[in-house]
Ligand binder design. Structure first.
Ligand SMILES: [Zn+2]
Ligand SMILES: [Zn+2]
Length: 184
């Protein structure tokens, strides 16, 4: 299911002959999209730029879609933004092939009305280029597991306390040494 709905392109009286090609550019009216359980917002409409070529038995669509995306940092939960530039590649066959296994990367069909829908191809390209892990900055320190403080804003002191506690604890084999008095 396309996260951008359908993006129909009417080919009537265009791309009639093999080798014919046209360039198409446009913007997608969308304010957000979802990947798995994450929702990303789009402060501006994503833009696509594609070339459609009549390749004989179908229409080859190649190009790029670019978007500025805003989400949430997976480590510190603060806002995180990133750029997407996804490669679009889709093949729309004029007729259902006898041997569909020959099309390893899959295919779609050109409608009877000579309309193709770029919605899936463009949303796949955006999703493919959306990072699996989103970070506010490459070295985001995340949240303290003890108190939940954002460690990018400074040390909350928990890790130092935890170390002190360990030094004092019975689990630390060196704790006993601390109390030894050395006669010199
Ligand atoms: Zn972060
Ligand atoms: Zn803490």
């Amino acid at each position: 299911m396309s996260c951008f709905g359908s993006i129909p392109v009417d080919l009537s009286e265009r791309l009639e002959d093999p080798g014919d090609s046209i360039q198409l550019a446009g913007a997608i009216e969308a304010s957000e999209y979802t990947v798995g359980e994450k929702t990303f917002s789009l402060p501006a409409n994503p833009k696509y730029d594609v070339v459609l070529t009549n390749a004989g038995d179908g229409i080859l669509v190649t190009g790029i879609v670019r978007a500025s995306v805003e989400g949430e940092c997976d480590r510190c939960l603060e806002p995180a933004s990133f750029e997407v530039s996804g490669e679009i590649e889709e093949y729309f066959l004029f007729e259902e092939p006898e041997n569909s296994d020959a099309y390893e990367d899959g295919f779609e069909l050109v409608g009877e009305d000579r309309v193709i829908d770029l919605g899936d191809a463009i949303s796949d390209a955006v999703i493919m280029d959306t990072p699996f892990v989103v970070l506010c900055q490459p070295d985001c320190l995340g949240l303290c597991p003890t108190c939940g403080a954002n460690l990018n804003e400074g040390d909350c002191g928990c890790s130092a306390k935890a170390e002190d506690a360990w030094v004092e604890s019975d689990e630390n084999p060196f704790a006993a040494l601390k109390n030894l008095k050395f006669d010199e």
